[in-house]
Design a protein around this ligand. Structure first.
Ligand SMILES: NC(=O)c1ccc[n+]([C@@H]2O[C@H](COP(=O)([O-])OP(=O)(O)OC[C@H]3O[C@@H](n4cnc5c(N)ncnc54)[C@H](OP(=O)(O)O)[C@@H]3O)[C@@H](O)[C@H]2O)c1
Length: 266
């Protein structure tokens, strides 16, 4: 990718498959140059060649394991030093779907390192420049499991709950700036994450599964509308509103400095 290009640059983590590969395609189609980050160089090469051919996009690929500190530091450095970066899609994620009691320490640590630590540090890498120019956007890919748990999702849901709260706090912090943060909450989407995570995609009720193209197109439609939270598969916006109202009311009800009567003797 030539530094002399005047195009803006979008960074997509986890672009070697699934949702991230579709983000890369759609953002190249929108005229961005790209920095793609994942471990599988062969996938990167094929995608990069296709996007350059189809859209004339300049594509830089970084082969990095974002759970490794040295790799993450190298990616941070690239992001922090390229003034053309105007969009970060924190998409790379991993799910190990099994009971916590059967989850190894390494499996838990990997989910935390990728889904939480890498997302946080890459956000920190781009934010100073975004604030300095008072523009830029961060898209954080969370999950409907940010607000819901399954007996096999304690760590994964925990990491995605972090992404939800981290993004919300950041949205509040940046509200008076030109920097935007969109939180995307996909439900089941047809990607490799399921088979890799121990729950075969084929075992899901296929009526509940969206394809990655529809997911990303809906998420980007939400981005274009200025959504802070995008629930791509939720048709009834009233449910989202009710959830917000209940969340805020519950917090407000906690602000009274005394135990609830059900917890006091007599
Ligand atoms: N699919 C769903 O049902 C669903 C639902 C809700 C949310 N999400 C979220 O959507 C995001 C994308 O997932 P997906 O469904 O598209 O899954 P996917 O097809 O498995 O893609 C995951 C991507 O993350 C990359 N990745 C994994 N480990 C990595 C590491 N250590 N370092 C760098 N990159 C790494 C993978 O590339 P390499 O293997 O080449 O490194 C791949 O490009 C994730 O955050 C996931 O939690 C997915």
């Amino acid at each position: 990718m030539s530094d002399s290009s005047s195009k803006q640059v979008a960074v997509v983590t986890g672009a070697s498959s699934g949702i991230g590969a579709v983000y890369a395609d759609r953002l190249a189609a929108r005229g961005y140059d790209l920095i793609l980050v994942a471990r599988r160089a062969d996938r990167h090469e094929a995608l990069s060649a296709r996007l350059t051919e189809a859209y004339g996009a300049g594509v830089e690929t970084i082969t990095a394991d974002l759970t490794r500190d040295t790799d993450l530091a190298a990616v941070e450095k690239v992001l922090a030093s390229d003034p053309r970066v105007s969009l970060l899609v924190n998409n790379a994620g991993v799910a190990t779907l099994k009971p916590f009691a059967q989850t190894t320490a390494q499996e838990a640590a990997t989910q935390v390192a990728l889904n939480i630590t890498a997302l946080t540090r890459l956000t920190q890498a781009v934010l100073p420049a975004f604030l300095a120019k008072n523009s830029g956007a961060i898209i954080n890919v969370a999950s409907v499991l940010s607000i819901y748990t399954l007996p096999v999702s304690s760590v994964y849901s925990g990491t995605k709950g972090y992404v939800l709260n981290f993004s919300r706090g950041l949205q509040q912090e940046l509200a008076e700036t030109g920097v935007k943060v969109q939180l995307v909450l996909p439900a089941a989407t047809a990607t490799e994450i399921w088979d890799l995570g121990g729950v075969p995609l084929a075992s899901l009720d296929q009526a509940t599964v969206m394809n990655a193209e529809n997911l990303v197109d809906a998420a980007l439609a939400g981005f274009d509308k200025g959504d802070e939270l995008t629930w791509p598969s939720v048709a009834d916006e009233g449910l989202v509103e009710n959830y917000e109202v209940a969340r805020v009311a519950l917090f407000a009800a906690s602000q009274n400095g005394r135990p609830a009567p059900r917890y006091t003797a007599g």
